[in-house]
Write a protein that binds this ligand. Structure first.
Ligand code: 5RP
Length: 235
């Protein structure tokens, strides 16, 4: 049998570990991305086997809602529930204080709403996502109303960022978010004060939300592979 790509294996095992944390009778925030996709699949498997019962998912994106339907997870909305017991979501970078950069899938606005409401927010990443300082490897995604792209770009450049409008893959033109907006990817040298940058960027008129998640994660699970064996480490 062909060996699984190690990164995929890490994502699968960390997704499985997070799915095992979901308890019957709870409301679950369903994150976005390839790692969370495994968690959604394993939650569905646990429901199908009867090991898990009576859960409802709050999706953070169109992707999450499609996957939840595929794997038989009943969905609800924030109009219908007032508590999210646990949210499971990926990240593009995680610093030692559990601050995150998210938005690689352009879903960070809804993710911040759902993950931020959760009593427990479990981040699922492979080991490549761990950094000492946010901004080291990944640009910061910023969701912007289309009519404000030019002034917001100038404002982000004035903050020292190098700004790129995110373009579609297998689609000509820019990426359009689930809300009908666009995403600017902003490369900063290093983000020394994530809390202050998060607020500064969100105060620019035309910005809907940026991908800095500060003091929201309660736990980080990291998938690692050694000698072809996947392990999951809790930070
Ligand atoms: C989507 C996200 C994702 O959680 C993040 O990009 C990580 O994705 P993956 O698990 O595919 O590496 O923030 O907006």
């Amino acid at each position: 049998m062909a060996e699984m790509d190690p990164v995929k294996l890490m994502k699968q095992e960390v997704g499985r570990a997070a799915a095992a944390r979901v308890q019957s009778g709870t409301v679950v925030g369903l994150g976005t991305g390839s790692t969370t996709a495994f968690a959604i699949q394993f939650i569905g498997d646990r429901l199908a086997s009867g090991e898990l019962q009576d859960i409802k998912g709050v999706p953070t994106s169109f992707q999450a809602s499609v996957l939840a339907k595929k794997y038989g997870i009943p969905l609800t909305t924030l109009d219908e529930v007032d508590t999210i017991h646990i949210a499971i979501d990926g990240a593009d970078e995680v610093d030692p204080q559990f601050n995150l950069i998210k938005g690689g899938g352009a879903a960070h606005t809804r993710e911040k709403i759902v993950d931020g409401l959760a009593e427990q927010f479990i981040v699922v990443v492979d080991s490549s996502k761990l950094v000492d300082v946010l901004g080291s490897t990944f640009p910061l995604p910023v969701e912007v109303l289309p009519m404000a792209i030019a002034p917001v770009t100038r404002a982000l450049e004035a903050l020292g960022g190098t700004v790129d409008l995110r373009m579609g893959v297998k689609k000509d033109g820019p990426v359009i978010t689930d809300q009908g907006n666009m995403v600017l990817d902003v490369k900063f040298e290093a983000i020394a004060d994530p809390a202050s940058l998060e607020t500064t960027i969100n105060n620019i008129p035309g910005v809907l939300e940026n991908g800095l998640f500060v003091s929201l994660a309660t736990e980080v699970l990291v998938g690692e592979v050694k000698d072809g064996q996947a392990t999951v480490r809790k930070l």
